[in-house]
Write a protein that binds this ligand. Structure first.
Ligand SMILES: *Cc1c(COP(=O)(O)O)cnc(C)c1O
Length: 370
């Protein structure tokens, strides 16, 4: 008979790993398991480019190209970047984690803003670095607040532009000012997961900054406008030293063969990307106008340059009640108490009729809550 074990059994994780709150994904099914319309993960309501879907079949017995050569060349050609300055990741998530791991460790600091992307906290903690959180400016990124926290221990600064979950956006001048204020040995990461949703004339200039300086990385993803979230493909660009670091520590076969082929085709389907951008721009504007009409009920949509809107509930109708009411009507959106936003819902821009139904439901619930 084995003796009863009284001491705590089993291996102990590192204390900085135990301190991590695991990423909380959005729900996608209702209480009784029925499928809901999912507007909680910023996926593309138009789906995936038909060209990308057609590119799917590959030889699954063979390992993928470890260097994603054709895909990096196509990205280089599309953006005017030397492909040697591009590294692919298993989603941009992997790259954000590798950047923290490559440049920060115990005793070092990683800075990001309050209500920044939740992965930055995990990325900082899992390499043992100390997360340093800058105050927000009405839910937006405050460059001066970020710069005020830079110390000799700062190794990495993460900024999502547009930011998730707030949708806020820093113009190019502010991004340049942030970079100019950082020491040259601090890595500035500009996470452009939603860059393709921004009108071309409003681009933030981050790619040019990463081409001109040795301490700037830009990350991009195929998960959002390209409609390939399920395939897990992201990329980063920056100086050869930075890219070399990421290549040293990434998984050698970190992007699947199917993923590489689909991303290559998706990149070429500029009509699909443009249709997605225009749909989002128009439906977002229409949805925000409808929500602004509910301002007297305390609903406040924050200005967004992304494919979602963060709605604050500052009146009688709470975000939690609105979340439950929308779920009852078949819509799953993102309620964010785990990110310090119990008074907010992040709603992905979906099909026109779904946005109308959500706006109708919110109006009805806000009236009833008075
Ligand atoms: C969705 C998102 C990503 C990344 O997604 P991947 O699917 O891992 O490429 C990165 N940053 C932000 C701000 C996001 O919202």
């Amino acid at each position: 008979m084995p003796e009863t074990i009284t001491t705590t059994a089993g291996p102990e994780p590192k204390p900085w790993i135990s301190a991590i709150h695991a990423y909380v994904p959005g729900r996608s099914t209702g209480a009784d398991g029925q499928r809901l319309i999912k507007l909680s993960a910023n996926e593309n309501p138009l789906g995936t480019s038909p060209a990308a879907l057609a590119a799917r079949a590959q030889a699954p017995a063979l390992y993928p190209d470890p260097d994603s050569t054709a895909l990096r060349e196509a990205i280089g050609a599309a953006h005017g970047i030397d492909p040697a300055r591009v590294v692919m990741g298993t989603g941009s998530d992997e790259l954000l984690n590798l950047i923290a791991q490559g440049y920060a460790g115990p005793g070092d600091e990683v800075i990001y803003v309050r209500y920044g992307f939740s992965v930055y906290d995990i990325a900082a903690r899992r390499c043992g670095a100390t997360p340093v959180v800058a105050p927000h400016a009405d839910y937006g990124t405050d460059v001066d607040a970020l710069l005020a926290l830079v110390s000799e221990r700062t190794r990495v600064v993460f900024v999502a532009n547009p930011n998730n979950p707030t949708g806020s956006y820093l113009p190019g001048g502010e991004i340049a000012r942030l970079h100019a204020g950082l020491p040259s040995d601090v890595v500035l990461v500009i996470d452009q997961a939603y860059a393709e949703y921004v009108a071309p004339q409003d681009a933030d200039g981050a790619l040019a900054l990463s081409a001109a300086h040795d301490n700037v990385l830009v990350t991009r993803t195929f998960s959002k406008i390209f409609g390939l979230a399920g395939e897990r493909i992201g990329w980063a660009t920056g100086a050869p030293g930075l890219i070399g670091t990421l290549n040293r520590i990434r998984g050698p076969f970190n992007v699947s063969a199917t993923g590489q082929a689909m991303a290559l085709a998706a990149l070429g389907d500029t009509a699909f990307v443009e249709a997605s951008r225009v749909h989002n721009r128009d439906e977002r504007a229409r949805f925000v106008t409808r929500l602004e009409a509910l301002g007297n009920h305390g609903l406040r949509p924050l200005p967004s340059q992304a494919n979602f809107v963060l709605v604050l509930f500052e009146g009688a109708l709470s975000a939690e009640a609105a979340f439950e009411g929308l779920a009852d009507r078949g819509y799953i959106v993102r309620w964010l108490p785990s990110q310090g936003l119990p008074h907010a819902l992040r709603i992905t821009i979906g099909a026109a009729h779904d946005m109308d139904a959500i706006a109708d439901a919110l109006a009805e619930m806000a009236d009833a809550a008075k």
